[in-house]
Design a protein around this ligand. Structure first.
Ligand code: DX5
Ligand code: ZN
Length: 214
C-alpha cells in the first residue's frame, strides 16, 4: 500500500489559507491534517470547526486531529463541518466508557475514527480499543506545537501497532517532526500515513518536499 501524505495546515500561511489547501491538493496529497487545540488539553489554541467549514470544498480527505479535553462534546461540530476522519486523544478521558462512547458516536455519523497516543502513552494502553478503530495516531512530539524534534520512541510503537494489525483493520499515522529522514524510518516500521507541517510549509518547493516523503 502506498504512503498517505497529510500536510498539517497548522504551519500554513493563514493570510491565504485557501491557496495553501489548494497547494496540498495540487501536490497530490491524499489527506489534509487539521490540528484543533483548546488551550486546555494542550498549552496552545489553534482553530475550530468554523475554519474547517470554510475550507472543506476541496477534493481531499479532511483528517481532523482533536487535541481537546472533551472531544465527545465537540465532535458533532467537526462532523457537520465536513471532517472525513476524526482522531481524538486516549488521554482526554480517564474512563474507558467515555472513550468507547466517543468512538461509537463518531462512527454512527459515518465518519472514520482515530485514537491518538502522546509520547508517554504505551500501545498496551489502547490495545482494547484497536478492534473498533479506523486509525491509530502515534504522536512523535508532545502535542501542542509544530516544528518540534521527532522522538525515536514513536518507532517502536509503530512497529508494535503494525504487528497487532494482523487481527485489526486500522491505519497507522505518525505526527510530529516528520521530514524525509524521519519519515523513511517510520515507513520501514510500517506506518501508513505521515503528517508533516513545518517540513512542507516552510519550504519554497512544496511539491518536491511532498515527493521526498513518498
Ligand atoms: C502537533 C500537531 C502536529 C504538528 C506537526 O501538536 O499535532 O500536527 O502540526 O508539525 P511538524 O510537522 O512541524 O512537527
Ligand atoms: Zn496533528
Amino acid at each position: 500500500m502506498s504512503i498517505i501524505i497529510s500536510p498539517s495546515i497548522l504551519s500554513a500561511n493563514f493570510d491565504h489559507l485557501g491557496d495553501e489547501v489548494k497547494k496540498c491538493v495540487d501536490s497530490k496529497c491524499e489527506w489534509l491534517h487539521f490540528d484543533v487545540m483548546d488551550g486546555h488539553f494542550v498549552p496552545n489554541i489553534s482553530f475550530g470547526s468554523v475554519v474547517l467549514k470554510s475550507i472543506n470544498h476541496y477534493d481531499i480527505v479532511y483528517d481532523v486531529h482533536l487535541m481537546i479535553s472533551d472531544p465527545l462534546k465537540y465532535a458533532i461540530d467537526f462532523i457537520k463541518a465536513g471532517a472525513n476522519i476524526i482522531t481524538f486523544h486516549y488521554e482526554a478521558y480517564e474512563n474507558k466508557e467515555k472513550i468507547l462512547e466517543t468512538i461509537n458516536f463518531i462512527k454512527s455519523h459515518n465518519v472514520k475514527v482515530g485514537l491518538s497516543i502522546k509520547p508517554k502513552t504505551s500501545v498496551e494502553a489502547i490495545k482494547e480499543f484497536l478492534p473498533y478503530l479506523d486509525l491509530v495516531l502515534v504522536m512523535s512530539v508532545e502535542p501542542g506545537f509544530g516544528g518540534q524534534k521527532f522522538m525515536d520512541s514513536a518507532l517502536d510503537k509503530i512497529e508494535q501497532l503494525a504487528a497487532l494489525k494482523q487481527e485489526n483493520h486500522y491505519l497507522i499515522e505518525v505526527d510530529g517532526g516528520i521530514n524525509d529522514a524521519t519519515g523513511a524510518l517510520c515507513k520501514q516500521k510500517g506506518v501508513n500515513a505521515l503528517v508533516a507541517g513545518s517540513y512542507l510549509f516552510n519550504a519554497s518547493n512544496f511539491k518536491e518536499k511532498v515527493n521526498s516523503l513518498r
